[in-house]
Design a binder for this molecule. Structure first.
Ligand SMILES: C[S@@+](CC[C@H](N)C(=O)[O-])C[C@H]1O[C@@H](n2cnc3c(N)ncnc32)[C@H](O)[C@@H]1O
Length: 418
């Protein structure tokens, strides 16, 4: 069956639609191929939402833009966009994916990198190694020398679009050539038996990323429309979001599922790359993220009160962490709602995660929070996640190997101002 009502009382409002699974879709077209990141939105979701609710020449906002999937799609569709994220690494990636760079300039700088790499014979020229916590725990000596060499070459690139482009390929190279376990969000080292045979070819990895991303960039530059796109480092729970020329007409976003401690540790995922590149706050992102700070407040919206009370009866500390996240999510929705146009549409892609066996209906929370700002619930489409870039398991605690199955479904919540 392609279409199935989920809520029998309101069958037209919440339904599963298999067409939104995009099972066989190519999720790496254009600049979407640039860099992996946990829990990325797939471009096809943003594309279809733009097709339905977008306005050419209007403004789109993504208050948790990550690597910029919805912003790239807005540029391809013909909407101006603004994205916010507290993580400097993803802002660098998103900015690079949205570039209007000159391809010949990028090619010229990439060619110089290839020539420099091919000039290295046995000994790698000595380059400054940045201050990275536990450097030799995460990288072999030969890898450190090569990464430092690449880093010094990239830092000397004058054209900022070319430099960002190469930083993005460098960032994935750092991750792939480190001793981290690649299937985890958190920083865990490879087990000793795998370390012995781990001998990554740093230059080959980097070249491969550059070539792949160059192809994606060429497709993107040929297809993007002449629109503005900005990526800003704002905390969307606190800031008054940057206003566009007019108020925003459309929001397409996927907020975090919960606090970074117990769900997706975006900061840990980004940390080594961010330290190598020299980005600020490399070790602080998870504390700055939604739900990262303790609070004595409660969300005003009571749609989660019963679920949180059930969790509190089992584990009071977990209930506090969950509460802190939803207080932030509500604050962020208040902040977003203030800068939307009178006829705006908001599309939130959220998962209803389970804590202590109790499901948290985040989709209903989003609907109620926007209702207080005059938004009506249009519908919630439930989709399976066949190709979301998340491992099938994640670690809900900090204990290696202590895993739980992640969500297999997510909800696309659409509300419109009446
Ligand atoms: C699910 S990811 C977004 C992924 C994105 N849609 C993509 O395709 O790459 C959620 C993002 O929210 C960001 N984030 C967490 N707390 C935030 C806050 N208070 N303000 C802005 N961004 C925040 C995280 O850094 C993370 O990049």
């Amino acid at each position: 069956m392609l279409w199935q009502a989920i809520d029998v009382h309101r069958p037209t409002l919440k339904y599963q639609d298999r067409a939104w699974d995009f099972r066989t879709a190519d999720t790496k077209e254009f600049t979407h191929c640039f860099h992996a990141y946990p829990a990325m939105m797939i471009p096809q979701i943003a594309r279809e939402l733009l097709r339905r609710y977008g306005q050419k020449g209007g403004w789109l906002l993504d208050p948790y833009c990550g690597t910029g999937t919805s912003l790239v799609e807005a540029s391809l569709f013909g909407m101006h966009s603004v994205g916010c994220d507290i993580n400097p690494l993803v802002r660098l990636i998103a900015t690079s994916k949205l570039t209007s760079a000159s391809l010949p300039a990028v090619d010229h700088n990439v060619r110089k990198l290839h020539i420099a790499m091919s000039g290295v014979k046995r000994t790698v020229p000595t380059s400054t190694v940045p201050d990275i916590t536990n450097l030799t725990f995460w990288f072999a000596d030969g890898v450190i020398a090569r990464l430092a060499f690449l880093r010094s070459l990239i830092r000397s690139i004058k054209d900022s679009a070319s430099r960002n482009f190469t930083w993005v390929a460098f960032s994935e190279t750092v991750r792939e050539s480190s001793y981290t376990r690649k299937g985890e969000f958190k920083l865990y080292r490879l087990p000793p038996q795998r370390l012995k045979n781990f001998n990554p070819d740093v230059f080959a990895i980097f070249s491969k990323k550059l070539n792949r991303n160059r192809q994606g960039l060429a497709h993107y530059l040929a297809a993007r429309k002449e629109v503005k796109a900005n990526v800003v480092g704002l905390d969307s729970t606190q800031a008054i979001l940057p206003s566009s020329a007019n108020a925003y007409d459309l929001v397409i976003t996927s907020p975090p599922y919960g606090d970074s401690q117990t769900t997706v540790a975006y900061g840990q995922y980004s940390r080594l790359s961010a330290e190598w590149i020299g980005l600020p706050q490399a070790r602080k992102i998870d504390r700055l993220a939604m739900g990262g700070r303790r609070t004595t407040q409660q969300p005003h919206n009571s749609s989660l009160t019963p679920a949180i009370a059930q969790i509190a009866a089992i584990d009071a500390k977990r209930a506090e962490q969950v509460t802190a996240f939803y207080v932030d999510l509500e604050r962020s929705i208040d902040s977003v709602a203030t800068c939307l146009s009178p006829r705006a549409t908001v599309c939130y892609i959220v998962g209803n995660r389970r804590v202590k066996g109790i499901t948290l209906p985040t989709d209903e929370f989003v609907v109620s929070a926007f209702a207080t700002h005059g938004f009506a619930h249009k519908h919630t489409i439930v989709r399976s996640i066949p190709n979301k870039r998340m491992p099938a398991k994640n670690s809900p605690s900090n204990i290696v190997g202590n895993t739980a199955t992640t969500m297999h479904r997510e909800n696309i919540v659409v509300c419109q101002r009446e």
